[in-house]
Design a protein around this ligand. Structure first.
Ligand code: 2AM
Length: 502
């Protein structure tokens, strides 16, 4: 509980996430000053929340705001990612911030911006970045928080972040009732940990979102297969998802899917809501950032990219409607909805999900080499166990895997995950084949299987690609029987084609 006369923390940006995070902070006994560019929003927020456990102070100017906070100030910024962050920081400096003050960017900023900002503002203030996941309810009652920046700044932020984060049971790793029960949680292990310097927190948050894209796409593909292939109704599929939620697939996204699928259309109770929602998915860009970064670093995160492309494809609604009248696939065929096929779809979903997470962790492994971070993958999985959108029972297994072997090269190589994929792979292949032969689109299931099969192949046809490249562009190749680093070239168009060392 704060004892100083002034709040020790301030928050800028009272949109949905900012308001909820401010209330969460006040709930935990930290007096907090708040500021929003549009001052009417601040006044309304203060008026709507007269009796918080710790005092909320509304400020109309940044000068008033800066003067209201005890030093060293901890100022959480939750404005639109991009130039607004720089603009606010410049205004805070003009309003009199000290070099010891800490500005925490808790928005969805690009990690390279966080790296740049930390350098740009060095000596003027301490710039810190933190990912926040969990949506509105998470922000209010316990998000997953992914902090990155200067370790000394973390010491000041840590008590606040640990107090407001989601909590999981120390023994089972399962989320403690909080966000879902609509009340703050005390006790348990907080879903936050210091992840590393500069952009590490925002990077990990970005990968979290990339994985979230695949998780959602895989669930949607399972739904489509159950619907198109087995002819099940949304409420029947809802029951299947509820059952799946009692298995290894137990997760927030499976749980809300079961709920969504039983929802009737408020305008016509004979219809299901999912059938009146336009099948065109939006995106805010973090999935795209993850995919672009995977291409930049040369890390095969094909299922993450596939999930982004699936949303792009969904957005081509009018083109798809026109094409559906001209491009014919196989004749629609329904299978009997028995236990084996439903279980096969569940296995395909779980195996694909494992591949998606393997890709996300491979990305983080490569990024840490590039940016000289020391990411602790077990800890990362552990702080995703509660509060965030991808929270799931299975994250405990990832934590266990990295704790057993911190140098694990790929999640697929961990004994538990190897066993899961060995058990599920026959079903996974059956489902992918069925999707192909019946013409039901299942791009993420398919790309995950392609990832698995490629990753487990000692030999790929890239030898042919190297030969083609050497043929048309003299790009050279290496030989299997020559030392690494020796390059060869064939004088292709010539009749005798002698091989030369390049
Ligand atoms: P507003 O209410 O004045 O629009 C999400 O957009 C949040 O970021 C809102 O609180 C919004 O304030 C704030 N915001 C967006 N751009 C901003 C900027 N350039 N400067 C300050 N706040 C900004």
């Amino acid at each position: 509980m704060m004892t100083s006369a002034n709040p020790c923390v301030g928050l800028i940006g009272l949109a949905v996430m900012g308001k909820n995070l401010a209330l969460n902070i006040a709930d935990h006994g930290f007096e907090i000053a708040v500021f929003n560019r549009t001052t009417a929003v601040t006044d309304e927020f203060i008026a709507e929340n007269p009796h918080t456990p710790a005092k909320l102070t509304g400020c109309h100017t940044l000068k008033e705001f800066v003067d209201a906070i005890a030093k060293p100030r901890v100022i959480i910024v939750l404005v639109k990612a991009g130039p607004a962050v720089d603009s606010i920081v410049e205004q805070l400096l003009a309003a009199g911030l000290d070099p010891q003050d800490i500005v925490v960017d808790a928005g969805n900023s690009l990690w390279t911006d966080t790296i740049r900002r930390e350098k740009d503002y060095s000596g003027k203030l301490k710039f810190f970045g933190s990912g926040v996941s969990g949506g509105e309810l998470g922000a209010r009652f316990g998000p997953s928080l992914m902090p990155g920046g200067d370790p000394d700044s973390w010491k000041h932020l840590e008590p606040i972040w640990k107090a407001i984060a989601a909590k999981v049971d120390a023994r089972t790793g399962e989320p403690l009732a909080g966000a879902s029960a609509g009340k703050p949680v005390t006790g348990g292990v907080p879903c936050t940990a210091y992840l590393g310097p500069n952009g590490a927190g925002h990077y990990v948050k970005m990968v979290h979102n990339g994985i979230e894209y695949v998780d959602m796409q895989l669930i949607s593909e399972a739904y489509l297969l159950l619907r198109s292939l087995l002819g099940l109704r949304p409420d029947e599929i809802s029951q299947i998802f509820s059952q799946w939620n009692k298995t290894e697939l137990n997760s927030y996204l499976i749980e809300i899917t079961a709920d969504v699928l039983q929802q009737k259309d408020p305008r016509n109770k004979k219809k299901f809501l999912v059938d009146v929602i336009v099948d065109s998915a939006g995106q805010k860009g973090t999935g795209k950032w993850t995919s672009t970064n995977s291409l930049d670093m040369g890390v095969p995160a094909n299922s993450i990219a596939e999930a982004v492309f699936a949303r792009c494809m969904s957005a081509l609604k009018s083109e798809r409607v026109a094409a559906s009248k001209k491009l014919k696939g196989p004749l629609a065929r329904k299978l009997r909805a028995g236990k084996p096929i439903i279980e096969a779809i569940r296995q395909a979903l779980y195996c694909s999900k494992i591949c998606a997470y393997a890709q996300g962790f491979q990305l983080m492994r490569e990024a840490q080499n590039q940016y000289h971070w020391k990411l602790d993958f077990g800890t990362i999985a552990s702080i995703w166990r509660g509060g965030c959108i991808i929270r799931a029972k299975f994250l405990q297994k990832i934590t266990d895997a990295y704790q057993a072997d911190p140098k694990l090269v790929n999640l697929l190589l961990d004994p538990y995950f190897r066993k899961q994929v060995r058990t599920g792979q026959e079903d996974w292949r059956k489902v992918v084949s069925l999707a192909a032969t019946t013409g039901v689109p299942a791009p993420a299931f398919m790309s995950a299987l392609a990832y698995f099969d490629s990753y487990r192949s000692a030999v790929l046809p890239a030898s042919l690609i190297q030969a083609q490249r050497d043929y048309f562009g003299a790009h050279t190749y290496q030989r299997v029987d020559a030392p690494d680093g020796q390059f060869f070239h064939v004088d292709w168009p010539a009749a005798d084609r002698p091989e030369v060392k390049a």
